[in-house]
Design a protein around this ligand. Structure first.
Ligand code: NDP
Ligand code: 3PG
Length: 293
């Protein structure tokens, strides 16, 4: 990454990349007096960083439980493609991944069938084989995902595929008939597991999203753009995508989370502003040169 900056003409020594554990360098750096600004991406570790950083300007992008609200007039082929892209690309390990689908009951069967057909085509295996679904990052992450699946299964969720795991490799799984009493309705698996909650009104979908402690992004699928804007206004997420999966987007777009999803905003302008401190010089002339009053 640093090499790319050098190729782009940045002087050597201006940008450094240091890797290491939180206990070795992370906590040292965020408390160091020479640090003027912190930008962090991660999960709920952001809370402790925020407390340790004290008065250092902070921009953090944290977890999300991005919802996909599907209304009766939606184009179901478009929705199914976006659910696959949004829920399973990078193995579901994106802050902005679709993590719960809230679909109107009357079209839920048709949508679930379309998504199941696409899930069956995802390739599973090692990254060297360029598979769609690859092992999650650690055993603890795989165990966490498995716990969410077991909890949902015990409470009555429908597993649309057979649950399969080998080491840290978890096969893609769609969980239908998820209900609010299941952990997976609220927690982010950060893996290839996607929940479907069937709803009977738009309000039910909006209320579920707004009850989440996260507020990163969500998406709404409908052909009625007026309705989409009304729903967008009601959503307590920092970004709402209409008829497309959540995504960071182009870099001149603002990118941010509210509630437990972050502080501040990224994007070219916002990042430059955040990393810039204003300085004021006031010249006091021997005689006042302005009109009083
Ligand atoms: N909003 C967004 O744009 C995005 C959000 N995410 C979110 O990130 C989470 C998953 O990512 P993951 O990396 O596993 O997140 P974690 O919060 O689990 O990991 C955080 C990482 O940050 C390190 N860390 C913790 N404290 C410090 C510190 N003081 N200084 C420097 N590094 C520190 C940790 O190091 P150590 O291992 O040594 O403890 C660890 O490697 C999910 O919740 C996901 O939604 C992911 C991508 C984008
Ligand atoms: O991992 C993430 O969520 C990224 O920060 C957002 O980027 P993406 O939506 O372009 O993947």
């Amino acid at each position: 990454m640093v090499h790319c900056f050098h190729l782009a003409g940045f002087p050597k020594g201006l940008i450094s990349c240091i890797t290491g554990k939180r206990s070795q360098i992370g906590d040292f750096l965020i408390r160091h007096r020479g640090v003027n600004c912190i930008s962090f991406t991660g999960g709920d570790t952001g809370n402790s960083i925020s407390m340790k950083a004290c008065l250092i300007p902070l921009q953090i992008e944290l977890g999300g439980k991005d919802a996909c609200i599907v209304l009766e007039d939606a184009d179901l082929d478009l929705v199914a493609s976006n659910i696959i892209k949004g829920g399973f690309s990078y193995c579901g390990r994106r802050g902005t991944a679709v993590k719960v689908v809230l679909v109107m009951e009357s079209i839920a069967d048709a949508l679930v069938e379309r998504v199941k057909e696409k899930v069956a085509k995802l390739t599973v295996g090692p990254p060297e084989n360029d598979c769609d679904i690859t092992p999650v990052v650690s055993e603890s992450s795989a165990n966490f995902i498995e716990d969410l699946i077991i909890d949902a299964r015990e409470k009555g969720a429908t597993l649309c595929q057979e649950y399969r795991r080998e080491g840290n490799l978890i096969w893609p799984l769609l969980l239908d008939n998820v209900r609010p009493d299941m952990r997976i309705a609220w927690e982010e698996p950060f893996g290839p597991v996607l929940s479907v909650i069937r709803i009977n009104s738009v309000e039910e979908g909006i209320n579920h999203c707004n009850a989440s402690n996260f507020g990163l992004q969500c998406c709404v699928f409908t052909k009625d753009v007026n309705n989409a804007i009304l729903i967008s206004d009601a959503m307590e997420t920092a970004t709402v995508q209409i008829n497309s999966a959540p995504a960071r987007g182009l870099d001149h777009f603002p990118f941010q989370g509210i509630k437990d999803s972050g502080i501040g905003s990224q994007g070219i302008t916002n990042s430059i502003n955040m990393m810039t401190k204003e300085k004021t010089t006031v010249i006091n002339l021997p005689s006042p040169s302005y009109t009083m009053g």
